[in-house]
Design a protein around this ligand. Structure first.
Ligand code: ADP
Ligand code: MG
Length: 426
């Protein structure tokens, strides 16, 4: 019973954290990931001979108008560039509905751009307050006759890449996945053999491309797979992967993600990282190699291990406190990282107290204690610090804290630490 309650609370925590986070931040819980903007993804696709429409990128309404005037097209599509999906059904803090607009009127582009740029776009996939829009894509609007869903993901279950595809693509793909799972195809691809012609052709047929277009769609599928491999992506998602009334096969939207393990081989790709939507605290944490997620409370938590970090946040909440962050300093933590972690959490004005909860296994508690005392002295910290250290070299660690003469409250256990942290701000 007790275990069940604690698991429920644990998953509620994860759910509530995830709700507030961008996909980029969620993956902090395992490894860091890189998400590219649509225009960056399409640049890579173009390099790999995947069909994307010519596009321009504007940062001001005037620039948007000027670029559109140079494009010789009947109708334009204007798309807010943010890392989250669901833009078509989103809304801006300016009041404008939809992050994707079609128009034939060049002047209307200026009008739309001025209600998009500088405002926040809120979609199902963004945090509640939305994310700032700094760039717009302008491209030719085409008459789409068929919207399919196509993705390639690295899948742990299959130990390799899997193609996930559906003939019912477009903005309602989430509902299709939930209500009509029979319309979603999953095709595992052998990483050594790669995708073969027959698999690609069968997929194109299942996606219900027109008979005269299945070969071209199959060719695009193979090129997308080659792109996925050659850039070491963890995910390539095209929704919609479509056909136009005049018989073109086009990738209308694109989302390519990577994880950290690709970084050393894909320097050019990682150099494109756009941090303008990220929490400043999370950027600082990433520089120090700390797993950090900013939250809304006032008790900073500095913990080793993601599970212990979750449990610490849990017990803080149980005793009436609100955690200011999730922070896992990891197993191989150094004194410098402890210093950086203190710097990070204490520079957050909302933080009123710091709770350290370390279980020394691989971690040496004395390393943590030295980091704490150096940080407290170095930055003239005058926030209460509650430290619960247990495990490897704990006696030495306690001695370091005690002899430091600093105002650090030792705690005997988990619960004691949480109670003292909550009491320290009352
Ligand atoms: P999101 O997935 O973030 O909502 P998309 O780029 O998929 O954004 O755009 C949403 C919808 O807008 C698409 O499903 C498609 O119907 C339409 N759309 C996107 N690009 C074009 C285009 N170039 N021409 C016509 N319609 C488009
Ligand atoms: Mg889309």
């Amino acid at each position: 019973m007790a275990a069940a309650t604690s698991i429920t609370r644990f998953s509620r925590h994860i759910a509530s954290i995830k709700q507030r986070l961008t996909p980029a931040a969620i993956s902090v819980l395992q490894s860091r990931s890189l998400n590219l903007q649509e225009y960056q993804s399409k640049g890579l696709m173009r390099d790999h001979m995947v069909n994307v429409q010519p596009f321009e990128i504007a940062s001001t309404p005037d620039e948007a108008i000027a670029l559109a005037k140079k494009m010789n097209v009947d109708e334009f599509v204007i798309k807010a560039q943010i890392l989250a999906g669901g833009r078509g059904k989103g809304h801006f803090t300016s009041g404008l509905k939809k992050g994707v607009h079609l128009t034939k009127d060049v002047e209307e582009i200026g009008n739309l751009a001025s209600q998009m740029l500088g405002y926040r776009l809120i979609t199902k996939q963004t945090p509640g307050e939305g994310v700032p829009v700094k760039k717009l894509m302008i491209a030719e609007a085409l008459d789409i006759s068929k919207e399919t869903y196509f993705a390639i993901v690295m899948d742990r279950h299959y130990n390799g890449p899997v193609i996930v595809a559906s003939p019912a693509g477009g903005v309602d793909i989430e509902e299709v996945a939930a209500n009509s799972p029979e319309l979603i195809y999953k095709v595992p691809i052998d990483i050594v053999d790669g995708i073969n012609d027959q698999q690609a052709l069968e997929l194109a047929k299942n996606l219900k491309f027109s008979d005269s277009k299945v070969n071209e769609a199959a060719e695009q599928i193979k090129r997308l797979y080659n792109l996925f491999l050659s850039v070491d992506a963890s995910q390539v998602e095209i929704n919609p992967f479509g056909e136009t009334t005049d018989g073109r096969v086009v990738c209308f939207d694109a989302k390519i993600n990577f994880d950290d393990s690709a970084k050393y081989r894909q320097k050019d790709v990682f150099a494109m990282e756009d941090l303008s939507e990220s929490d400043a605290r999370e950027i600082a944490a990433a520089k120090s190699n700390l797993n950090y997620i900013g939250l809304d409370g006032n008790i900073a938590c500095l913990v080793n291990g993601a599970g212990l970090a979750m449990a610490t946040m849990d017990i803080v909440k149980l005793h009436g406190g609100e955690p200011a962050n999730f922070l896992d300093v990891g197993g191989g933590v150094t004194e410098q990282q402890v210093y950086d972690a203190f710097n990070l959490v204490s520079s957050d004005k909302a933080v009123k107290s710091i709770l350290v909860n370390i279980f020394g296994g691989i971690v040496n508690c004395a390393t943590i204690a030295n980091g704490i005392t150096k940080a407290a002295r170095g930055m003239n910290l005058n926030l209460p610090v509650i430290a619960r250290l247990e495990g490897t070299n704990v006696d030495e660690a306690r001695k370091i804290l005690l002899e430091s003469g600093l105002n650090i409250t030792p705690a005997d256990d988990f619960e004691d630490a949480a109670k003292k942290a909550v009491a320290s701000i009352q």
